[in-house]
Design a binder for this molecule. Sequence first.
Ligand code: NAI
Length: 256
Amino acid sequence: ARTIAVSGSASGIGRALAALLRDQGDRVIGIDLRDADVTADLSVPEGRARAVAETLERCGGALDAVVASAGVSHFTDLTVKVNYFGAVALLDGLRPALARAESPRAAVVGSISGTQPADDAVVRACLDGDEPAALRAAAKVVEAGAGHRLYPSSKAAVARWLRRTCVTPGWAGAGIPLNAVAPGVVRTPMSAALFEDERMLKAMNDAVPMPLNGYADPEVIAEALRWLVSPANTHMTGQIVYVDGGAEATLRGPDV
Ligand code: NAI
């Protein structure tokens, strides 16, 4: 059996993935704020270090795959802390353990929002690995009343980090594919509030058009992640796989 670490395993997409993996006989190390094998807060450096250390302890130093699904969609800097720095710290921190496995794989959950208007200063500071600078830039965004840009910024930064990182010696050179699934709107506790507010719902439907089958269930996103981290995926890396009901194709337009 393979051993796979999944962050955000207590809810939504991470939880659906953990269930799929366990059903197929994998051993899952769930990481979350609560109801997990490893309880840790990925928004802060100590919590990230703890998540990595405890996962390493549980897997005995060799890990077959990691999926970073933990995330939040607040209009505050917490979104940058968890979605970017939390995800990157987990993937980077567990990379040496992946390198010891036979068919190591890694994936992160991005978002269609990563294609929407972002704040350049936040994205740049993220890619520089400078969390204090990213949080200062995020504070300015919030002050300017544009807190809604932090979620797209965090996901755009993850997408760019992924493309530059996947081809480096530590990843491609060590035989570790690194990809993202970018969902449209998924019915999970994260999106539940949107469905209760008609104005929010209309704004979301305009921003994320999903002509193919509408909103997705978390299991649908989990299926794509399952393949990305399976031994079958030997050559796909650095890709943002949109599982979004056609949102990205619609927004990109017919001429691109
Ligand atoms: P969810 O809210 O159902 O699950 C997220 C999980 O992450 C929760 O169990 C939560 O406790 C955990 N988490 C949050 N902050 C954490 C922290 N500081 N430390 C450790 N764990 C933490 O949300 P969902 O929908 O499953 O989201 C999973 C991923 O999918 C996120 O990265 C989200 O941005 C992304 N996504 C979700 C979409 C949606 O419509 N639901 C659309 C596009 C992307």
